[in-house]
Design a protein around this ligand. Structure first.
Ligand code: LLP
Length: 379
């Protein structure tokens, strides 16, 4: 990689490969053209305005989970009609913001929320389109912190309460029932859970049709995973298999749409956290590469035990390989990016890339230890 593009940029910062992002979006467009699939970008994965503008430029909708995300999505050019607002604990202030922007849909997660939105929309003299988020009780076989579709989860409406929820929305003059919403988890790398989800949706569709309920859309959520171990070999996720699984297993009527809210699969591989080696500490039994990025910049290793591939961008080809623990400067023993990493001989001042960090990287950065937030460069 030509690191001259990083000259003069203060580390640590997130680098987004514009060309790869565009190619990823091209792939999605090619797979979904002419289908009833509509894409909504999950803003929570990466809310860098530069990244968001590129995605908005493709005509995507936005999946937002806070009032601030709604504001930012509008600012970055997303059509308010294509902004969907989800979350288990929307405040009145946030709901009002959504109503006043005229957003396309509120994804409702509880019976209580139906009543709150109904009242606020009536007060504002508006009719709000809603989708009921259903907890489909599917094991997505992913990390326990990011599985969401299981029964004991805080997300969504239990299947047994759904009929009552549908009735309640349909009885309200200020609410309009648009569809059903699902999300079974994140970083899912096999097709089976998505196939089961489609079967559940088909069952619900048939069951509610008996009551004369026709949904305009089904939102299947996000969740498609990326290859963290081999970002160079697999820079673009297998969208073809993913979309084929959904489109071939969902039984849709004429005019019915499928909405999908991918985050990680769109932005994950195009981003790297670029950091500089502060020093290499020679211990008695170990060598530590200490970099100027830490868990405040990229939390996933500390929080989930995630591993991001580590590249030394400055090392000459053919350098001798050595073993290091790669750690950050923060006062926590979990501030570790990799243990026993094999890297080319590394020295003070080298540039290090933590790969596949475009999703839930900068978005989860904090100012812990009063550190500056990481910068960003899109090129
Ligand atoms: N829709 C809903 C309702 C969600 O909760 C999420 C993610 C998405 C869509 C987007 O999912 P994706 O396509 O990115 O998998 N911080 C964790 C991931 C948390 C995901 C939360 N929900 C991580 O770093 O792995």
């Amino acid at each position: 990689m030509d690191i001259s593009i990083f000259e003069g940029v203060r580390t640590p910062f997130y680098y987004y490969d514009r060309e790869l992002l565009e190619r990823t979006l091209d792939t999605i467009d090619a797979c979904t053209a002419g289908t009833p699939m509509r894409m909504h970008y999950a803003v929570k994965a990466n809310s860098d305005p530069g990244v968001m503008r590129i995605i908005a430029g493709r005509g995507y909708g936005a999946d937002c989970v806070s009032g601030n995300e709604i504001d930012l999505a509008v600012e970055c050019g997303f059509d308010p009609q294509k902004i969907y607002y989800a979350g288990v604990g929307k405040t009145d202030e946030e709901i009002l913001k959504g109503l006043r922007h005229g957003i396309g849909c509120f994804n409702i997660e509880s019976m209580e929320e139906i009543d709150i939105l109904k009242e606020l929309a009536a007060k504002e003299g508006r009719k709000a389109t809603v989708a009921l988020r259903v907890n489909p009780n599917i094991d997505a076989h992913t990390h326990e912190y990011i599985t969401t579709g299981l029964k004991e989860n805080k997300f969504g409406i239990d299947l047994r309460m759904l009929e009552e929820a549908v009735r309640r929305v349909r009885a309200s003059e200020s609410l309009d029932l648009g569809g059903l919403h699902f999300h079974i988890g994140s970083q899912i790398t096999i097709s089976e859970p998505f196939k089961i989800l489609c079967e559940r949706i088909n069952e619900l569709k048939t069951r509610f049709r008996l009551d004369g309920v026709e949904f305009r859309f089904f939102n299947v959520g996000g969740g498609l995973g990326i290859d963290y171990d081999n970002p160079d070999e697999n820079p673009i996720p297998d969208f073809r298999t993913y979309f084929d699984t959904i489109l071939s297993n969902l039984d849709l009527d004429e005019g019915q749409e499928v909405h999908c809210e991918l985050g990680r699969a769109i932005v994950g591989q195009c981003g790297s956290l670029i950091s500089r080696v502060v020093l290499v500490k020679q211990g008695l039994e170990k060598s530590f590469v200490i970099v100027d990025a830490g868990m405040s910049d990229l939390l996933r290793p500390a929080l989930y035990g995630a591993h991001h591939k580590i590249d030394n961008l400055s090392a000459a080809i053919g350098s001798e390989m050595k073993t290091y623990d790669v750690v950050g400067p923060i006062c926590e023993s979990s501030d570790v990016f990799g243990k026993g990493e094999t890297l080319p001989a590394t020295k003070r001042g080298d540039l290090i890339a933590f790969r596949s960090a475009g999703a839930y990287g900068s978005a989860m950065a904090s100012r812990y230890n009063m550190r500056d937030l990481p910068g960003s460069l899109i090129k």
